[in-house]
Design a protein around this ligand. Structure first.
Ligand code: FES
Length: 168
């Protein structure tokens, strides 16, 4: 219990330093949430309460904002973030099939992380390259004109890279 409190204190201290380093304007909720997301890869509960005090907005309202915007996460992401596009162009070109192949291959649904922590699957509205629909991104890499084979190859590539990293 004491360890937990110390960890929470460290978390908040780290966030405060981060805000100072970024010369953050206290009072603006979204940039504060973005800062927390950048620092931790998600927004920890303790930080939500801390931000709530800073901006004088109840934590429940902040949760509402976090769940409204797809860019924010309440849980840590896996090592590789898969963003599948469900925008209009991707939707009409087979985004549903892409999602279903990914779910089958990974054994997870949207907004979940694989048990080995390798992949988190999220969906977004448009990735900005509609001419290549249907699209997904794994981290910063874009995969377009997807079909089941391409998806499997892309996943395999990341599994192999992961394995190589572990072995070296
Ligand atoms: S709709 Fe999918 S990239 Fe634009």
């Amino acid at each position: 219990m004491e360890d937990e409190i110390v960890e929470e204190e460290k978390l908040i201290q780290h966030f405060k330093v981060d805000l100072i380093n970024k010369r953050h304007q206290v009072g603006s909720l979204i940039p504060l949430l973005q800062s927390a997301q950048d620092s931790y890869g998600y927004i920890p509960e303790k930080i939500i309460y801390y931000i709530s005090e800073l901006v004088n907005i109840p934590p429940a309202d902040i949760y509402g904002v976090i769940t409204f915007f797809a860019q924010f996460r309440l849980k840590p992401a896996g090592k590789n973030l898969i963003r599948i596009c469900e925008g209009t162009a991707c939707h009409v070109n087979g985004a549903k099939t892409v999602l279903s192949v990914l779910q089958d291959e990974l054994g997870i649904s949207k907004d979940e992380t694989t048990d080995d922590g390798n992949f988190t699957l999220v969906s977004v509205a448009c990735l900005g390259c509609c001419s290549l629909a249907p699209i997904m991104m794994i981290n910063d890499e874009t995969f377009g004109n997807l079909n089941a084979d391409k998806i499997k190859k892309a996943l395999k590539k990341f599994y192999i890279e992961e394995k190589l990293l572990v072995e070296t």
